[in-house]
Design a protein. Structure first.
Length: 146
């Protein structure tokens, strides 16, 4: 697998070209981080399905931080559909929607624990410049892996 950054027409943006070679990294572990049910599917669902169709030993570690009640059921169903037939670890937490920054200590502890258990090859998160505070917090938390 090769990740290549290329300058785009705007100086502060980059287009990342992802080339896949089935023999470069096998298996590939993808860490998918969502603040809410549907964040992962809407944000990178097409890319995940592409990876799944091209990497026979793709493994998912799927995390949604605010997925309680009906939204939790939605997240569980979507996760099953996107990861069907693959090794996976699914973690659905029940932090209050819209309040992730106010649970920052607990979220940080969760990421610290996960970091010791998951060693991903790729990480998908919301964009750090997103308007929603929960999305920004999840994006910043992924820095634990850098
Ligand atoms: Zn969201």
């Amino acid at each position: 697998m090769c990740v290549e950054e290329r300058p785009c027409c705007e100086a502060d943006r980059r287009v990342i070209k992802l080339s896949l070679s089935k023999k470069d990294i096998d298996p590939v572990t993808v860490l998918c981080l969502g603040a809410h049910a549907d964040d992962i599917e809407i944000g990178c669902g097409g890319t995940l399905l592409y990876l799944k169709s091209n990497l026979p030993r793709l493994r998912f570690h799927w995390v949604v931080l605010s997925a309680s009640g009906l939204r939790g059921q939605e997240a569980a169903k979507a996760t099953e559909l996107f990861t069907a037939g693959r090794d996976k670890e699914v973690v659905l937490k029940d932090y209050r929607d819209g309040f992730l920054p106010y649970n920052g200590g607990e979220v940080k502890d969760f990421f610290e624990q996960m970091k010791s258990q998951v060693n991903p090859d790729l990480i998908f998160t919301p964009w750090y410049g997103d308007a929603h505070q929960d999305h920004r917090l999840v994006s910043e938390a992924r820095l634990e892996y850098l």
